[in-house]
Ligand binder design. Structure first.
Ligand SMILES: Nc1ncnc2c1ncn2[C@@H]1O[C@H](COP(=O)(O)OP(=O)(O)O)[C@@H](O)[C@H]1O
Ligand SMILES: O=C(O)C1=C[C@@H](OP(=O)(O)O)[C@@H](O)[C@H](O)C1
Ligand SMILES: [Mg+2]
Length: 168
């Protein structure tokens, strides 16, 4: 059996935060590809990028995603880049779990993604980098998602309620 729900979207859209709240409401396990990568490797995402580079991180992420898509009754939050590879896109289109895209504008996300050691892709010129990634990835997020939730101007609890409504 696959995850109960899968959250995708760009860095700072709230996948990790909202996913934890949804899992608590459903009283099921929360999983996050970044957390699993950190548990397995014993290193932070930032350290993996710094020491081994992005390609090495993506290999770990691919293996973690493959395993987590087999997990039963979890709320699964993906890192922003996890759905982008062709393999990930195919797997996420094929899976029975609802895939929800948390859509957010640069204006809303900007205060969340300032200089931030935890997001190595946004270390320099965070807003410019975020926008460049989003332009490339938005069509992929849209093409994978079963549901798009515009999270701009919404509180965490509003977004949680919308997700619970979508998956009930
Ligand atoms: N609806 C919201 N309103 C205000 N702040 C939020 C909301 N959702 C998430 N945040 C904040 O935005 C930041 C990024 O959230 P996070 O869950 O780490 O995003 P992601 O996992 O998508 O990168 C966190 O500081 C979180 O508290
Ligand atoms: O968008 C990306 O490529 C990334 C997103 C991050 O996760 P969040 O989207 O949870 O911030 C994390 O996986 C890594 O820094 C790379
Ligand atoms: Mg996250």
């Amino acid at each position: 059996m696959p995850p109960r729900v899968i959250l995708i979207g760009p860095m700072g859209s709230g996948k990790t935060t909202i996913g934890q709240l949804v899992a608590a409401r459903l009283d099921i396990t929360f999983r996050d590809t970044d957390h699993v990568i950190e548990e397995r490797s014993g290193r932070t995402v930032a350290d993996i990028f710094l020491e081994d580079g992005e390609d090495a991180f993506r290999l770990l992420e691919k293996a973690v995603l493959r395993d987590e898509l087999l997990s039963d009754e979890t709320v699964l939050a993906l890192g922003g880049g996890a759905p982008i590879s062709m393999d990930a896109q195919s797997a996420l289109r094929a899976i029975a779990s609802p895939v929800i895209y948390l859509d957010i504008s640069l204006a809303t996300v900007a205060p969340r993604i300032g200089f931030n050691r935890d997001r190595p892709l946004l270390l320099h010129n965070p807003r410019g980098q975020w926008q460049t990634l989003m332009e490339a990835r938005r069509p992929i997020y849209e093409s994978i998602a079963d549901t798009v939730i515009d999270v701009n101007t919404k509180s965490e609890s509003d977004i949680v309620s919308e997700i619970l409504e979508v998956i009930k």
